[in-house]
Design a protein around this ligand. Structure first.
Ligand code: KG4
Ligand code: ZN
Length: 352
């Protein structure tokens, strides 16, 4: 009999639930996005997010069970992404997971959301989307360099095993996805901006504008994207006495800004990955998070001489299948949480 884990995700603005068999086979992955609620604010409003989670959580869990053709009584354990995230949002998922674990008398498993983004490369989708750039069927060779690039996180990890993960670098200001969203706002585009900039960049010239690439120290594995974002702002608005906004740019100029910004982000990410690979002696690279869906990044990664593992597109952005998948490994290690589990806004991994 396969081991069935129900995963729950409510760390930010997606309410999600999934049923995963034996840690890899995704039987269902239900996601309710709140994009429409936050769009007009060009970013996530925490209070609106937590209220929407309360409305969505039960229908999403029911839908995940229904799509997996599975009854609640058949679930072996409940995995919850309890850190990091928006505290009001986290509390909704944590409360639902505790209630289910208690009423069904099944184990509760606490999962770190960022760590789960890395694990997402192992998920086997219901369809046959490619999960690896090298050999779709082969699991990543460890130790690996892990990179999570999302709206809330930009961090590098030394991945010795899926449950032995050390933070080796992170952003000192904006996350890369956040920079994408802010640049999209500067360009007058809608939210979330990442996929739109990715799209426009295909028609732009990446060499049109030389935006800065912030590498910090010589051996630094940290990131900084705020200077790049400000540089885009100055380029679009003009310097003192030359105030304008994106409406004065032609479509081609906007495409060029998108392509040049994306090229700066990708150059920095690739450089940091190669530095990290050298420092930890990695045998592969594992990447997760919303920005890992980026087409420009994916094609730059395809040129590297090391196996690169990426999630199937459906598991790049926030989802609960990755929570259930990593929850399975923790379950097998007997790492169960007590019913007084806290929702924690910050990440589990401390810098060495
Ligand atoms: O992982 P995720 O769903 O949420 C967080 O944990 O933050 O990532 C969302 C982020 C947003 O900033 C969005 O703009 C970005 O991922 N994103 C992309 C693309 N698709 C989503 N950024 C660049 N290119 C994309 N194709
Ligand atoms: Zn995320």
């Amino acid at each position: 009999m396969p081991m069935l884990i129900l995963g729950i995700e409510s760390t930010c603005d997606e309410t999600a639930a999934a049923v995963v068999a034996d840690g890899v086979r995704v039987l269902s992955s239900t996601i309710t996005s709140q994009v429409q609620l936050h769009e007009k604010f060009r970013g996530v409003v925490p209070e609106i997010a937590s209220r929407a989670h309360i409305e969505n959580i039960l229908p999403v869990i029911n839908q995940a069970l229904e799509s997996a053709h599975c009854r609640l009584q058949e679930i072996d354990a409940f995995a919850i992404a309890h850190r990091p995230g928006l505290i009001g949002s986290l509390l909704v998922g944590v409360t639902a997971a505790k209630t289910l674990a208690w009423t069904c008398a099944k184990p509760l498993i606490a999962v770190d959301h960022v760590h789960a983004h890395l694990y997402s490369v192992n998920l086997q989708p219901a369809d046959d989307q490619q999960t690896s750039l090298v050999e779709p069927a082969s699991p990543p060779a460890l130790p690996a360099v892990g990179l999570v690039v999302s709206g809330g996180h930009t961090a590098l990890y030394h991945l010795k095993s899926w449950t032995d993960v050390t933070l080796i670098g992170s952003t000192i200001d904006d996350a890369v996805g956040e920079a994408y969203d802010k640049v999209a706002a500067i360009l007058g585009l809608s939210y979330p901006g990442g996929p739109i900039i990715d799209q426009l960049a295909q028609q732009g010239d990446p060499n049109a504008i030389r935006f800065p690439r912030s590498l910090l120290g010589r051996n630094s594995l940290d990131f900084s994207f705020s200077g790049l974002k400000t540089s885009v702002l100055y380029h679009v608005r003009g310097h003192k006495g030359r105030q304008r906004d994106a409406s004065s740019l032609s479509q081609q100029e906007i495409n060029n800004v998108a392509a040049s910004f994306q090229s700066a982000c990708i150059d920095v990410i690739i450089k940091k990955l190669l530095r990290a690979r050298k420092q930890v002696g990695a045998r592969s690279i594992v990447i997760g998070g919303g920005v890992s869906a980026n087409r420009g990044l994916r094609s730059a990664l395809a040129g590297l001489d090391i196996p690169v593992h990426l999630p199937a597109p459906a598991y790049c952005t926030d989802n609960a299948a990755m929570t259930a998948g990593l929850g399975y490994l923790l379950h097998n290690l007997g790492q169960h949480a007590a019913l007084d589990l806290d929702a924690i806004p910050f990440s589990q991994f401390a810098a060495p």
